[in-house]
Design a protein around this ligand. Sequence first.
Ligand SMILES: Cc1cc2nc3c(=O)[nH]c(=O)nc-3n(C[C@H](O)[C@H](O)[C@H](O)COP(=O)(O)O)c2cc1C
Length: 346
Amino acid sequence: MQESNTSKRKKEHIELCLSDNVAFKTKTNGFENYEFEHFAITEVEFDKINLSTIFLKKKINYPFLISCMTGGTEEAKSINEKLAIVANELQIPIGVGSQRQAFEDKKHHSTYRVVRKNAGKVPILGNIGAAQVAKSKKIIDEINFLIDLVEADGMVIHVNPLQELLQTEGEPKFKGFLKNLNKICSKIKTPIIVKEVGSGISKMAAKRLLEVGVQGIDVSGAGGTSWAAVELMRSDKEDNYFQEWGLPTSYCVRKVKELKKDFGFTLISSGGISNGVDIAKSIALGADLTASARIILQEVIKNDINGVVDLMESWFLTVQRIMYLTGCKDIKSFKKVGLIRKEEMY
Ligand SMILES: Cc1cc2nc3c(=O)[nH]c(=O)nc-3n(C[C@H](O)[C@H](O)[C@H](O)COP(=O)(O)O)c2cc1C
C-alpha cells in the first residue's frame, strides 16, 4: 500500500528524534537557574510522601504525563501501545500524537485506539493541530470524532507556528484559530488544553487562550526538542537563529502561573523535562503537572516498556527525595515551596 505524505513525515520525525541533534544547542529550559531551599528540620516521613494528584477529574499517581507524540503509522502503533502500558502501570496520563491522519484513512484508527485499549482508565488526551482547527468548517463534529476515537478525557490542540513556518510542506496559516477555538470550548464538554511543541507559550498568549475558555495550558517551552531543528534537518538546511527560537520552559511556567489568580486552569510544564529535578522545579515554580516527549521516545525504542518504567520511577524517586528535604508531604504543599534564583544565593 502506498504510504501517505503525512505518514512519511511522521516516520521521519520519529527517526530524527532518536538522535540528540534535534535538541536546542545553546538555549536551556532555564531550571538550572533555580535552587530549592533546604529545610534542615524536616519531619516528613519519607515513605508516606504522596506524589499523587488529580488531573481531568481522575487520580493519578505522579504529576507527570507522557506527552503527545505519535500515531498514524505501524511503528507509531507499536510505540503508542508500549507507552500506554507504561501509563497504565504507573497510573499516569498519556497523550496521542496528532490525529490528523484519522481523517485521511480509517486504516490509521487502530494506531490511536491502541492507547485506550492498553491504558485502562488513566486520563488520555486526544490531539490535533491549530492549523487544522483554524481552517475547518465543521470543527465541532471533527473534534467530537477525535475524542471518541481514543475515548479521551481531554483534547489537546497544539500551536506550532515555528514548525509550520519551517516545514517544507508546512501550513503557517492560523487565521480564524481563536474564533474556532472559542466555538470548541463552548460546545465541547471535554476539557480543551492548548500546548506548544517546544517554543513556549507566553503569558499574553495564555491569557488570550484562557479568555476563550481553554482549561489547560501546556507551555512546552524551549530547552528540549527544537522542532525548527527537526524540520530544517528534513530539508538539509541549517539556521542557527530559528533553531534556537523560543521561550525557555521555566520562564513560561513562572509567567503563565501569574494568571492563576484570575483563571482556573491546569498548568503543564514541558519542553526539555529530562530528570526528576526538572519535574520538581516545575512543580515548585507553580506547574500542576509536567510532561516529556523525546526522551521517552528514545527510551522506549532503546529499552522497551521496562526501560521507560525504570526511568520514570527513578525520576519520581528524585522528586520524593526533594520533597523530603524541603519538608513537603504532598504535591499541594510542594506547589507552595517556591524556588530561590541562584543569584540570590551568592
Ligand atoms: C516524535 C515526536 C512527535 C511529536 N508529535 C507531536 C504531535 O503530534 N502533537 C503535539 O502536540 N506534539 C508533538 N510533539 C511535541 C511534544 O509533545 C513536545 O511538546 C515537544 O517535543 C517538547 O518536549 P520534549 O523537549 O520533552 O521533547 C512530538 C514530539 C516528538 C518527540
